[in-house]
Write a protein that binds this ligand. Structure first.
Ligand code: HEC
Length: 239
């Protein structure tokens, strides 16, 4: 493109922009006026995009299992079968006995520790419903290959994980969609409805203090003086 043509184009653009300016500001004014008057919202514009989801597509996403077992697919498994699947697909992160590798979650132990200073919250010690274990594995495990397990494999894995906490004792016990919801977890009664409206009522006031509610705190020491902050700019000395 020659220099003169470029210049001509730029000049033409300039004309267009100048011509547009009053139009834009006019539209803005109109908009500002409209927002004051608050007209009724317009119905959504149909963009002609997409299509209604097919029943099979909805079914493929609709995989949640509720605490009472609603949503469990037909299938069966045992801890013995689950052991073999677990060793193949889960131990790399969760360890052979569910002890957890590195910082990956521990899946066993922890029973009776919930009231300790450092509670060990595992499936067995903490989760209130066995059905949630099915739901969780079905949605998310093995990490990175979610949705790769069959329904029967998941029943077996749930049985194996529950057997690690002695919730299921017989390695050949058949877990299926009919009996999973009836499996009682050790912490089944550890959860309760939020009762703060009653238990914390004494903290509620009709007119809470919003200003000058207490005397200004008195500073009794400074970090540098009590020696928790290094006083030289280079930071603490390292031997
Ligand atoms: C690549 C590593 C990896 C593999 C393999 C893996 N998991 Fe996990 N698993 C995780 C991570 C990470 C979490 C925690 C995820 C989070 O909290 O968001 C987790 C969490 C879990 C939990 C919930 C633990 C809790 O107390 O919150 C269960 C149950 C579980 N995995 C089961 C399995 C099973 C069964 C398999 C094998 C089929 C498996 N995982 C394979 C990494 C893995």
């Amino acid at each position: 493109m020659s220099r003169s043509v470029k210049l001509a184009t730029a000049a033409a653009l300039g004309v267009v922009m100048i011509a547009l300016l009053p139009v834009v500001s006019g539209a803005q004014q109109k908009q500002a006026k409209a927002s004051v008057e608050q007209p009724a919202p317009k119905p959504p514009v149909k963009l002609g995009l997409g299509r209604p989801a097919l029943p099979e597509e909805i079914q493929a996403w609709d995989i949640d299992v509720r605490p009472d077992g609603q949503g469990l697919p037909p299938g069966k498994g045992t801890a013995k079968l689950g052991d073999a699947i677990f060793q193949e697909k889960c131990t790399i992160c969760h360890g052979e006995f569910g002890e957890g590798v590195g910082r990956y979650p521990v899946l066993s132990g922890g029973l009776g520790t919930l009231k300790a200073d450092r509670p060990d919250k595992t499936v067995g010690s903490y989760w209130p419903n066995a059905t949630t274990v099915y739901d969780y594995i079905r949605h998310a495990m093995p990490f990175g290959s979610a949705r790769s397990l069959s329904n029967d494999e998941i029943y077996s894995l749930v049985a194996y994980i529950l057997s690690m906490s002695d919730v299921i004792k017989d390695q050949d016990f058949e877990l299926n969609e009919k009996n999973l919801a009836a499996v009682e977890m050790p912490n089944a009664n550890g959860f309760y409805e939020d009762d703060r409206e009653v238990s914390e009522k004494q903290f509620w006031k009709a007119n809470p203090c919003m200003k000058d509610c207490r005397a200004a705190p008195k500073v009794i020491g400074r970090a540098m003086a009590v020696d928790v902050t290094p006083d030289n700019k280079a930071g603490p000395k390292v031997d």
